[in-house]
Design a protein around this ligand. Sequence first.
Ligand SMILES: Cc1cc2nc3c(=O)[nH]c(=O)nc-3n(C[C@H](O)[C@H](O)[C@H](O)COP(=O)(O)O)c2cc1C
Length: 402
Amino acid sequence: MEHGEKVKMADSQGTPTLFSPYKMGKFNLSHRVVLAPMTRCRALNGIPRPALAEYYTQRSTPGGFLITEGTLISDTGAGFPHVPGIYNEEQVEAWKMIVDAVHAKGGIIFCQLWHVGRASHTVYQPGGVAPISSTNKPISKRWRILMPDGSYGIYPKPRPLETSEIQEVVEHYRKAALNAIRAGFDGIEIHGAHGYLIDQFLKDGINDRTDEYGGSLANRCKFLMQIVQAVASAIGIDRVAVRMSPAIDHLDATDSNPLNLGLAVIERLNKLQLQLGSKLAYLHVTQPRYHAYGQTESGKQGNEDEEAYLMRALKQTYQGTFMCSGGFNRELGMQAVAEGDADLVSYGRLFISNPDLVLRLKVNAPLNRYIRKTFYTHDPVVGYTDYPFLIEEKGRQVQSRL
Ligand SMILES: Cc1cc2nc3c(=O)[nH]c(=O)nc-3n(C[C@H](O)[C@H](O)[C@H](O)COP(=O)(O)O)c2cc1C
């Protein structure tokens, strides 16, 4: 492990740190600092480009774990410009180069499978039709959608999926997972969080269906669970992960009882793991303090007691690897791992601005600040791969521009 001698792998009581190795099912991770999935809008016209290889390899470490940006399972899944897909051959071929480059650096990489559902616009839909969802209620005007020309628009009214159409969407997830494995990915993460399609089924603040996919908790969990089962039977449950955010209201995704919802999903995942005799790769949960992109800066606490209770209840109930995300800095990440609140911690914004975040956290070096205005721009370099690395020279740390 690079610079391993500079950090303690565990403290004197044997308590794990962010830099202790971790066995995540069949994957041997050399540390617990994970690249969080982040949409960066650099895959021009849906095709991953060489710029993505540069971005992901910059953030790779031997034995380090990375999750890609949300990657579309079908041509109806987009709600941002220039988001990559994994539903056609050109995309699968293009991803190979990126995955190979990450593997060459010893990294382990999962592809995050995404469908935005109603968080879309007719401009992103084939034939300019309404986006699909669990409901016909649009996202409120409190939220704005990023349009292809860089302006912000209003979310249109979605079309609720017919009951008979749902299996087709499940099938898109299954095929996308198979495509991801063909592209060389080590596994996939199902994006069930942040107000996108799956969350639109999970949350009672959105899902107003009267069929077998709405109403009771069991019915609202059904869409997610059918996807997990379909994907697990295609590529093996140990290559599948689930992301959820029961307590996050992003894009109006509210639920009357977030804890119960989280526990209901976990209960079903635990049961499936028992049935299949093997575990998911991990469960990834977004901290309540990450209420909405932009409202909470990294390192700031939310309502500490409330979120500690919710996250601990979820962690204690889930029988497998638990990954946390949302507002972590070095100190909070160290604390979460040491106190057993997380096995792995995913870092988002700090990883955007610090390609060598793992090293910086290890040696407790200063961090570059992230520049929000280039999060979703399309330049293959600016705000993407041009954040400076910390270069170590003979024990002296200097910062240098690339
Ligand atoms: C620019 C940007 C894009 C994001 N895109 C995604 C995404 O595609 N999928 C996802 O699950 N989360 C996405 N997120 C949420 C992050 O994965 C992460 O949970 C969030 O940034 C909170 O972590 P942080 O405080 O370390 O940044 C995104 C966040 C940012 C800042």
